[in-house]
Design a protein around this ligand. Structure first.
Ligand code: UN1
Length: 498
């Protein structure tokens, strides 16, 4: 009998009142059942939101440095249990252990950043237009935040959302991706051990309906979601109706541009990592490779040779480079795009399910490369979220920049060149939230703002200092110590020549 896991509500580990559970399986060894997790219903969400609401006033009044201290302790405990968490994450998510270690490290970095940020939630003090009066702002907590997180970064993305929300004095209800419930389970155990007060962090497992119940709950004041652009549209409509604060982090169709003068060895390593790392399942994955005509053929030859050498398998095993896709639905979607690619472009590598020992029981697709992909075609514009790279040839830098910008997404881009002028033009002209020069499209650092333009997001950023603005409201305070009525916007202070 498989282990049954619980929700965490109001400081207690509780069974779902729905009485229902879903399976969590290893995507590299599908016959291996990891456990059963609650398929939480409306009643479970109601209880979690009520617990978060009840805990909010005391938490919001706890000094921010004290809130930060709990997160520093969380950082310590994550560091101590890094290997255990990374192994659990690889088992349920599929990416290789070196990557899940990086995922946990991103969570550790986010914890320490948040811990210190509790001492730096800056407001501003500015001169008043009236004498004997002060004008200043501070950052005020919002309330209950609903956090809905994806499968591809099972630890880092929950921490990107939860830690800043907590430091800002909010309480949270989190629903992790249904493919990766175990990693957040371990994170919440750590928060409990670190001394997070009851009700401040609540965990409800479930699938789409559980997420919808959080989004639609009237006592949830803010939602942060990472996932598909389609689901983001549904959440956006719901939050628009109810005027909830909303941060969306969605799709990408990221391009690596290689100029003729670029360091081609470096560019080759970059695209291998960007396109096939995490099996292409990053919002930042390199999905398009734009090659200058003069280096195209040689580069492709070398790339195909290198990509052939990537070893597929279960990510805890030594020597494995690429794991499986997350589930059958993901594999079907990637296969559909490979079919589309066969009719739109020329396949030079992969193009099918991987077979053989170690991969027969998982959702493995071979690293796949299409060349002669036409800008504007489906392969060139739609997010695939798998190990499929579309190569486009260009003649001029401006043409490459235009192709980069011709998609509805705008998360990350990369350019390999030794020309300093061109690299600054790229930073200026590429329509993305992040541009890398001489580095791949993946690998954003936890202490910088993360997010994209156009349909990748809705204008907010995760990470760095900017996310603290999402999780707090600016409050303005005026203190008039003149002892008399002073009227702003009335020209009563004299002396103005205007
Ligand atoms: C994502 O794919 O949703 O920049 C996040 C990167 C990682 C985060 C990716 N640090 O590739």
């Amino acid at each position: 009998m498989a282990d049954k896991f619980k929700n965490f509500i109001g400081g207690e580990w509780v069974e779902p009142s729905s009485g229902e559970y879903f399976e969590n399986r290893n995507p590299a060894r599908w016959s291996e059942l990891i456990g059963l997790w609650p398929r939480s219903g409306q009643d479970d969400v109601d209880r979690a939101v009520a617990a978060a609401k009840a805990a909010f006033p005391a938490w919001a009044r706890t000094p921010a440095p004290d809130r930060g201290n709990i997160l520093r302790r969380v950082g310590d405990l994550l560091s101590e249990r890094k290997e255990e968490i990374a192994t659990a994450a690889t088992r349920e998510m599929g990416k290789v252990l070196t990557e899940t270690r990086g995922d946990v490290q991103e969570g550790i970095d986010t914890a320490y950043y948040a811990g210190v940020e509790g001492r730096r939630l800056f407001g501003k003090t500015v001169p008043s237009e009236l004498s004997n009066k002060w004008a200043m702002t501070y950052r005020r907590s919002i309330g209950v935040c609903g956090l809905i997180t994806p499968f591809n970064f099972p630890l880092a993305i929950p921490t990107w959302k939860m830690f800043p929300a907590l430091v800002c004095g909010n309480t949270v209800v989190i629903k992790p991706g249904e493919d990766v419930p175990h990693t957040v389970q371990l994170l919440v155990e750590i928060l409990e051990e670190a001394g997070i007060p009851r009700g401040v962090v609540n965990l409800v497992h479930g699938e789409g309906a559980t997420g919808a119940a959080i989004v639609n709950h009237p006592d949830v004041s803010a939602i942060s979601f990472t996932g598909s652009t389609d689901t983001g549209s549904i959440i956006g409509r719901a939050c628009g109706e109810s005027h909830k604060r909303l941060s969306l982090e969605m799709g990408g169709k990221n391009a690596q541009i290689v100029m003729a003068d670029g360091d081609l060895d470096l560019a080759l390593e970059g695209v291998l990592w960007g396109a096939f790392g995490t099996t292409g399942q990053r919002c930042t994955a390199t999905s398009r490779l734009l090659l200058h005509d003069s280096i195209h053929d040689e580069f492709i030859e070398r790339l195909v040779e290198k990509a052939k050498g990537l070893k597929l398998g279960y990510g805890v095993e030594d020597g494995v480079d690429v794991g499986p896709l997350i589930n059958e639905r993901a594999r079907d979607k990637v296969e559909k795009y490979i079919e589309i690619g066969r009719s739109e472009a020329r396949l030079v590598l992969g193009g099918g399910r991987a077979t053989g020992d170690g991969v027969d029981d998982g959702w493995f697709i071979e690293p796949t490369i299409f060349v002669d992909v036409k800008p504007g075609s489906r392969l060139a514009t739609e997010e695939i979220f798998g190990p499929v790279l579309s190569v486009i040839r260009f003649q001029e830098a401006d043409e490459a920049f235009r192709i980069n910008n011709e998609v509805k997404y705008g998360l990350s881009s990369s350019v390999y060149t030794r020309d300093v002028n061109l690299s600054f033009r790229a930073m200026q002209d590429l329509a993305n939230g992040i541009t890398y020069v001489n580095a791949p499209t993946i690998g954003a650092e936890a202490h910088l703002p993360f997010g994209g333009v156009k349909q990748t997001g809705n204008g907010h950023r995760e990470g760095g200092w900017e996310v603290y603005e999402f999780y707090s409201e600016t409050k303005v305070c005026y203190v008039d110590y003149s002892g008399k009525l002073q009227r702003a916007q009335i020209d009563n202070y004299g002396g103005s020549p205007y």
